[in-house]
Design a protein around this ligand. Sequence first.
Ligand code: NAD
Length: 533
Amino acid sequence: PTAARHEDLISIKVDSPHVKYEDDAIISQYSYRDTHVNVVNKADGTTEYQAKPVTSQYQFKTGRKVPKTGLMMVGWGGNNGTTLTASVLSNRENLTWNNKEGLQKPNFYGSLVRASTIRLGSDPVTGKDIYVPFGSVLPMVHPNDLVLGGWDISGMTIDAATTRAKVLDYDLQRQLVPLTKNMKPLRSIYYPDFIAANQEDRVDNILPGSDKQAHLDQLRTDIREFKQNNGVEQVIVVWTANTERYSEIIPGVNDTADNLLNAIKTSHSEVSPSTLFAVACILERVPYINGAPQNTFVPGAIELAERHKAFIGGDDLKTGQTRFKTALAEMLVNAGIKPLSIASYNHLGNNDGHNLSVPSTFQSKEISKRGVVDDLVESNALLYPRASKNSLPSKEIDHCIVIKYLPAVGDGKVAMDDYYSELTLGGRNRIMVSNICEDSLLATPILMDLVLLAELMTRITYTDGDSANAEESYKTMYTIMSLLSFSLKAPLAKKGREAVNAISRQRNGLANFMKGLIGLPPNDDVLLESRLW
Ligand code: NAD
């Protein structure tokens, strides 16, 4: 048996009139406070912001019984898929291994849920802030308990695929072999037009034919059989396969749910493998997360997910360069410094880099990397003035993204960024950052977070103020799991709502929501104890 870890020995007991612990659920009364603003442009050229605080009451219910959960990875035999498998197995089995630094022990460093903390409050006597593990606030799946599986167009077993990935120390690879040699990915869908031609060499494990309806049906069967064979109550599916090119949005084909279903029936060429996986999961009511940048969630897929009240999340993992960018750009803009340009260069030598070395897949990545400072620009009209009151900012940040494939550097992706900003009185500031990523070791804990949080989202239901207490009136959360956006490079947003990219806002949103579910107020860092006499 593995020794209990610090974080597994912690429990939180809340003494609050806003929370009730029942055997199977935590019920919380949630007062959601915001401010409604009416912007009035007056005839004399002035603008008045009319602000009104508003409070809405909700009752949230979080299921306490954590289901036995399976994780199915699309692209299981890739660098991320094999590294995630290694992470779960080495933690579960408490493997230790040697490298040139000495004896290594497994951990979950890099995981928001398993390796970061939340400020619970402060000790009134000592005045010290008290932090608890993020994953201890609510009942969540332990990654060691995940049942692993998935698909790959390459049929290599996971032990061989781990060797191919060249990510882990040899001594760890060696010890994983007995645990992974019987893990073989299920056959997957391969439509060559959607990924780089250079991937063809790997392809030896695919579903026959070109009938997309038959492919969809097989994926649904795979999910059901995985559930049944492993006795799991819940399955989460993540796309960690190659980046695909963008799908063209064609009216009548993928613009509505019914058109998309029909396009699958008629095997329309513009339905991508990743969209087929998404549709299979939606129809099976299994949460589906897109860890790559392509537009899997065409409008028809989103409408279908809404119709079935299924959970979807995406797009693309926010790992090295973009994570840094959404922290640094937020810091600059919120400090009143005006970024003029951001130039982002990358070179990487793993299979992801090989696939991204052709224009169509690179473009998907470029789009997901480029949009991440747009909302910051929009947030500050002092730095980025609008041409007219209602227009978008007149000048945006010059932002360029370059990605080159350099086989020699393998998984050690190099990201180099030049942030060039305007200071007061015509001054200029230049911040140049070089970030060596160990790509898959950054991505894996993030993928894991997405899985753990997605499972949690499926156990949260709510009623609004009017219908409190009526059992049947509890609703599930909205289809797009935007609370997962801390880990996502180009977060999907609900129609009519803007995506939040700034990393501290993303984290606060999630942490405060989780505190709200156990009846605690949000952290607002006002800290009056420190400010008043
Ligand atoms: P990888 O190329 O090592 O692995 C991808 C795997 O997907 C391969 O084994 C390939 O055979 C398989 N595959 C391709 N098409 C498939 C299909 N239709 N069905 C099933 N399997 C299929 O890549 P990786 O480094 O593991 O990255 C995976 C994805 O995650 C990429 O799209 C990448 O852009 C994205 N991503 C990675 C990072 C990171 O830091 N590692 C960050 C953000 C996004």
